[in-house]
Design a binder for this molecule. Sequence first.
Ligand code: PLP
Length: 387
Amino acid sequence: MNNLLDTYAPLNIKFTHGEGCWLWDKDGNRYLDAISGLGVNILGYGNSEFTQTIQKQAEKLIHLSNLYEIDTQQVLAQELCNISKMDKAFFCVSGAEAIECAIKLARLYGQEKQIKNPAIIVCNNAYHGRTLATITASGQRSVQAGFEPLVPGFVRAPFNDISALQHIAETRQDIVGVMIEPIQGSGGIHAASLDYLKQLRNLCDRQDWLYIADEIQCGAGRTGEFLYSQHANVHPDIVALAKGLGNGIPIGVCLTRNKTNNLFTKGKHGSTFGGSPLSMTAGISVLKIMEQLKLIQNAKTQGQYLIKILNEQFQNNANVTSIRGKGLMIGIELKNLPLGLPKKAVDLGILINITAKNVIRLLPPLIINNQECNILAEKLDTLISDI
Ligand code: PLP
């Protein structure tokens, strides 16, 4: 009997170890990983500095709880705040938990403004996680269906459409903020325009709404800036990050700024595992290695290169309807995408993911180099030309 609840459909392949952007299976075959544990393994596999750092920390202390001071929380919080231009951090262990934190902050903000039932604007096609509040905030029916009743306090709007938000501003008094996934990842790699993000910042300022950025997938350097919001030069009031921050050691974080800094008071929020010595050491090490290896710059240059060669190679392929993304967050949309494509990719020696039914999603480690981009493009050519 299979003792696992039936939530996933894993491919029948077992990996034994990895190095750089590559994974090996038990028969010694190697695979170029273009999905990196769903955008998590940003340093790739087997980075010796990272491994030794967490190994040493594991020997000293793994977990303590927030009953006691943990110095490295302040170190990582300060580094994240400096790089994101935010003020304060709450550490947790997953993306959904970081979004829950953001939602709770927004509700407290509303209560402070005497709004009895505060509502947050969320976008169609967004993905914010799998808890009850985050599936409600998500704009994909597939993650909500069957889990009704959903959580009240969310208002839906079309993505990338400022006039729809302006209309809501004119008609409702209960809005406290807008939560935006600046590049919709699970929704099929759709980036909000930089102009829209700027207009959204202005609208939030005018309305005294919070600008909440879910940068769980597009943040932590993946698009060529630490935050995607930085491409638009906009400054959110709350930022949620997770995935790549711990390179596989679970870390989520909710960053606040200015008017969102003092909404929580002691006892208002918490997380048993949040801010553990092991995860803080992992986060500090990730940021250090990112800086040493100039990974944000690498995401930018390799991303531009990969998109360029993909565009060249698929320009005459009528099945490829769009190649889009920013940095190393790339989507290839196909008119016809047959079932079983990820398995065919495995057989060719690459790991990819399909999202939004017909989009090949690429989220490779941020260490990927030119030669590996060439191999990936070549294998994708074989994969897609064979359809
Ligand atoms: N928000 C975004 C944009 C995501 O991509 C994800 C996960 O894919 C989440 C939230 C949820 O993160 P987690 O799965 O760590 O709870």
